[in-house]
Design a binder for this molecule. Structure first.
Ligand code: NCD
Ligand code: ZN
Length: 349
């Protein structure tokens, strides 16, 4: 019997679409099946004003070439020392943004304009709390003395928990949760939510290191142990409304991914749904797939799920899925999830 699921068109609550030739090469892969795409603001220079967010959204929509009237990028401002409460208020009241993103300076790609501590931004956070603007947190300590696999937990305990305690009105998404500490903290605080990526759900650090070094699995926060992977999968598979899909799809040219110092980021937007569906299928939890990819995130961000319905079937597609794409500038990008993509087909109902 064919395995078949029907679900509301999903949303991607964390995606890097880049700009220029890379944007042109990748955006269709998000636009084809996803409705909302919460687009990360870590361009160079970062998106720090309402006007920049509006202009970037227009560039994104102009770059789409597939037929995708459903596709709705939603924007975020990059939290820098220069971001004023007045600009936050303007951007929110104009409807230019759905959130503000905090990066610890130095933790990941294009994070240098970020902060060292969350509480240094207390005035802006207070404004956000009173307006109802969600805060998105890249939770990763940059303390060089800490082991890289312990840095998410350290940041959550030292930085995120105090803010959640001090500002119960501030709603926070812990982005791309990679540890059980993140899962536990989201469950502990009413105002906390968590996005989870396809790669953190299905890979662990042995996949990066055990059978030759796999730079395509290198991302921030780093993929952690099998124990953490299982805690993430259990949270997603449970249907708990606090957890939802954010792919953290983050394309880099192969020349940067396979360089002597490799860039962090996994390009998974093309096959994210197949990877997640295969996980839910393996755990006999396909009845909760829709909550994770379409329902929970929409509820967290205060929108109704899409009325479009998609169908996924577990039948081997006739053509082998492509495993790389090339930009107009000649850069090659490797796709994550090719094996799962070979097992599933997607269509509009
Ligand atoms: C992201 C990127 O390349 O922009 N990289 C990553 O490893 N996830 C930045 C980020 O979200 O940390
Ligand atoms: Zn990201």
């Amino acid at each position: 019997m064919t395995v078949r699921i029907e679900f509301a068109r999903p949303d991607d609550w964390h995606v890097h679409l880049r700009d220029d030739e890379m944007l042109a090469a990748v955006v269709d892969h998000s636009a084809r099946w996803f409705r909302k795409a919460l687009v990360m603001p870590n361009l160079t220079p970062p998106i720090t004003s309402a006007a920049q967010a509006v202009a970037y959204r227009e560039r994104i929509l102009a770059a789409v070439t597939v037929d995708a009237p459903h596709f709705d990028p939603v924007m975020s401002l990059y939290l820098t020392a220069d971001l004023s409460p007045a600009e936050v208020t303007r951007a929110w009241n104009e409807g230019a943004i759905c959130s503000i993103k905090f990066y610890p300076a130095g933790a990941t790609t294009n994070s240098d304009a970020g902060g060292t501590s969350l509480l240094q931004f207390a005035p802006v956070l207070e404004t956000m709390a009173s307006l109802g603007v969600p805060l998105l947190v890249h939770a990763e300590s940059t303390d060089p003395a800490l082991d890289i696999f312990d840095r998410e937990a350290a940041f959550l305990v030292d930085e995120v928990a105090p803010v959640l305690e001090r500002m119960p009105e501030l709603s926070v998404t812990v982005e791309h949760i990679s540890t059980s500490t993140g899962i536990d903290m989201v469950r502990q605080f009413d105002q906390a939510y968590g996005s989870i990526t396809p790669h953190h759900l299905t890979c662990d650090r042995s996949d990066i290191l055990a059978n030759g070094l796999r730079p395509e699995l290198y991302c921030k926060p780093v993929i952690n142990s099998a124990e953490h992977r299982k805690a993430l999968a259990a949270a997603a598979l449970s249907g708990d409304p606090k957890f939802f899909l954010g792919t953290d799809s983050a394309p880099h040219p192969l020349s940067a991914k396979e360089a002597r110092v490799a860039k962090a980021g996994i390009f998974n937007a093309p096959y994210a749904l197949e990877v997640v569906a295969e996980l839910f299928h393996e755990h006999d939890a396909l009845d909760r797939f829709e909550a994770f990819v379409s329902g929970n995130g929409a509820a967290r961000y205060g929108v109704e799920p899409s009325t479009d319905r998609l169908v996924m079937e577990r039948t081997e597609p006739a053509v082998a899925p492509v495993d790389t794409l090339e930009t107009a500038a000649g850069d090659v990008v490797r796709l994550f999830g090719v094996a799962e993509a070979a097992l599933w087909s997607i269509s509009l109902l």
